[in-house]
Design a binder for this molecule. Sequence first.
Ligand SMILES: CCCCCCCCCCCCCCCC(=O)SCCNC(=O)CCNC(=O)[C@H](O)C(C)(C)COP(=O)(O)OP(=O)(O)OC[C@H]1O[C@@H](n2cnc3c(N)ncnc32)[C@H](O)[C@@H]1OP(=O)(O)O
Length: 133
Amino acid sequence: MTGNEPQGDLCIRTLAMPADTNANGDIFGGWLLSQMDLGGGVFAGKVAKSRTVTVAIEAMNFRKAVYVGDLVSVHANLVRVGRTSITVHLEAWVLRRREQQSILVTDGNFTYVSIDEQGHPQPIQRDGATIST
Ligand SMILES: CCCCCCCCCCCCCCCC(=O)SCCNC(=O)CCNC(=O)[C@H](O)C(C)(C)COP(=O)(O)OP(=O)(O)OC[C@H]1O[C@@H](n2cnc3c(N)ncnc32)[C@H](O)[C@@H]1OP(=O)(O)O
């Protein structure tokens, strides 16, 4: 996936603000990770049509720094639908002020589990049919 421009569903877009910085004055990696998690959660919730929780984050890459004023967009591509879980490849891209080209800053695979009201895993339904692997 990681090409020259963003691909997949745009699931969140926000502006990096001074409150999101680390001790170096750049954007804190944890903030970026949380934006990706939120975006992936929205995407997984749409696929599962239920509440979901994050169970794992894998293959996370922090490729470039993010700066205050960068416009951050999180894009999602479906990797796998299991019995109760959904794995999503998430990429965060930024558009910097006075630049025309988006830059890939982070990417990783996030896995979400569809849960019921009690917080227990539940099978994912799609188009009325239970998805199985
Ligand atoms: C119309 C709709 C619009 C929607 C609009 C939505 C808007 C709203 C957006 C909100 C966006 C919030 C995004 C932030 C979301 C949090 O921040 S969630 C908070 C952080 N996460 C947690 O607190 C989860 C804590 N963990 C747990 O509760 C339990 O471990 C879980 C996740 C329920 C799983 O329970 P369990 O008994 O361990 O389940 P188990 O049967 O062993 O495994 C379940 C599945 O997970 C998989 N799994 C388990 N561990 C792993 C692992 N380490 N790696 C990979 N897969 C794993 C299993 O393989 C299995 O998959 P399937 O084969 O069934 O597909």
